[in-house]
Design a protein around this ligand. Structure first.
Ligand SMILES: O=C(O)CCCC[C@@H]1SC[C@@H]2NC(=O)N[C@@H]21
Length: 213
């Protein structure tokens, strides 16, 4: 039987929106150290760490709302991208696909980390961050970078290898942060938007059952 989302969770409430806003702000703050420009017009940036955390803490729906809010603010011209960039032009530039990838990636991270409505465990967190926070972002970003810069796809993909070490570090940092939150502040995960699918107790138990509102 397909479990359904309770009617009371049919829409985002004020708390969800506040949580989304906090993580949108976190993504913006992670842009403050600036960016490291590389060949191909795509910089190394710490903002992807914020995207990973948004999906992993908030889950797919609120995580997407968070990244979507951040991107909307960038689109209306706020200089929130690393290096102080913003405006509609960035959505036509070489990083446009990565920005879309941040949105899709946060959803995928949330879906994997919170699969079945369960609280995060380390291996699902690592898998979610690697697949959603790295592979999905690259899969959206590389083809657009290649199109915009008229680079052969393989050359764009090769240039992306430069991001891998930094992105692996972000996965490790995000995993440690999520682990610390699960142990020290499990309420952070209690509102994860996912149907209740298991009744097992312990760390893998349904998020909302483990720590009721
Ligand atoms: O600032 C922008 O316009 C978006 C930057 C996108 C950067 C991509 S995201 C994946 C990879 N990891 C990084 O640190 N940089 C690239």
């Amino acid at each position: 039987m397909t479990p359904s989302i309770p009617a009371s969770r049919a829409a985002l409430d004020a708390t969800d929106l506040a949580r989304a806003a906090v993580f949108a702000a976190l993504i913006a703050v992670l842009g403050l150290p600036g960016s490291f420009p590389l060949f191909g017009g795509v910089p190394i940036t710490a903002q992807t760490l914020g995207v990973m955390l948004a999906g992993a803490v908030l889950g797919p729906v609120v995580g997407a709302a968070s990244v979507g809010t951040f991107l909307a603010l960038v689109a209306v011209g706020l200089p929130l991208l690393a290096g102080g960039r913003g405006g509609l032009a960035v959505f036509a530039g070489p990083t446009a696909g990565y920005l879309v990838g941040w949105l899709v990636g946060a959803v995928v991270v949330g879906l994997i980390v919170h699969a079945g409505g369960r609280r995060p465990v380390w291996w699902r967190t690592v898998a979610g961050l690697l697949i959603g926070g790295v592979l999905v972002v690259y899969a959206c970003g590389i083809p657009v970078q290649s199109l915009v810069l008229r680079l052969p796809l393989e050359q764009a993909a090769l240039a992306n290898l430069a991001f891998v070490p930094g992105d692996i570090v972000k996965v490790v940092v995000a995993t440690l942060v999520i682990g610390a939150l699960v142990r020290g502040y499990p309420r952070a995960f209690r509102r994860t938007w996912a149907p209740r699918a298991s009744t097992r107790a312990g760390d893998d138990a349904p998020t909302r059952t483990a720590a009721p509102a």
